[in-house]
Design a protein around this ligand. Sequence first.
Ligand code: CP
Length: 324
Amino acid sequence: MFLYSFKMHNLISMQDIKKEDVAEILHRAEFMENVCNFKVKYDKWKNIVLGNLFFEPSTRTRMSFEIAMLRLNGKVSNFAEKLSLTSLEKGENLTDTIRIIDSYCDMLVIRSPKAGTARRASEIAEHPVINAGDGSNQHPTQALLDMYTIKKLKKKISGLNIALIGDLKYGRTVHSLLYGLAMFNANITLISPEDLRMPSFIIDDVKDINKNETTHIKEIYDKDKDVNKMTKEGKFDVIYLTRIQKERFADIEEYEDIKDAYKITKDAISDNTIVMHPLPRIDEIDREIDNTKNAAYFEQAKNGIPVRMAIIDYLLENFYKDKK
Ligand code: CP
């Protein structure tokens, strides 16, 4: 009998990742918080070089990967501040670019506006590849830091009532998060305008993969429904808001028509609800919520460092063990 023995080397989609791998990464992230706070010294990856390739704007993901690697005592090379200064401008294709950077670095982190780019890079590169967001497809490292934040603040994921709200069609963070939450038996409510519903193929896939779990997924979709009333009545443990992804709309009028439909006010938040958002936000969250105990989005962004340290650590460890 053939036994699959290779460990996880790449992180491309939450669709591929096993529950044990998620649990291990979340566990390592707790340890990495102590490394960040200088309580523990950890320099296993000293002089290992991470290549950061961002073909789309980013503040949190790019910087937190860079800082995560520096906190692990590794080194970072950023592909370019401007793509116009690279040889892609001269017509070099992405395959050659990945092959060359893979030969310079020990690990690649890639963000692209095109779905599937990170997976393609993982097929070209010999070293571990991490998807830092590919078009409106997946953003698995965000999902892991979201899950870490929920677990840290609510002490569990299983059995929690969690609402994912806003642009569920184009929002890659919620695509990834749905896979992750379903693995851990959360009760999930998807709330969106009808035109921005979670793609049905994702819901079907999540249900299929997790058919042995007790997750429930419910959908509410209507632009004219009062999202604050739904949030108040839902008494959710977690509400996770997303930005309407202007850059993904082919028709800007469609965006203008929908953009203000999903704004959460302070009154809609129950006492024990935590409010999350992958950021950047536009107007989805009433700024008055920022100074309440319910606001979890700044802590969430901060958790990006220990969680990305844990991801780097786990993938490199698996890679070098299997290489022996
Ligand atoms: N949440 C997130 O991916 O943020 P950035 O686009 O700033 O990386």
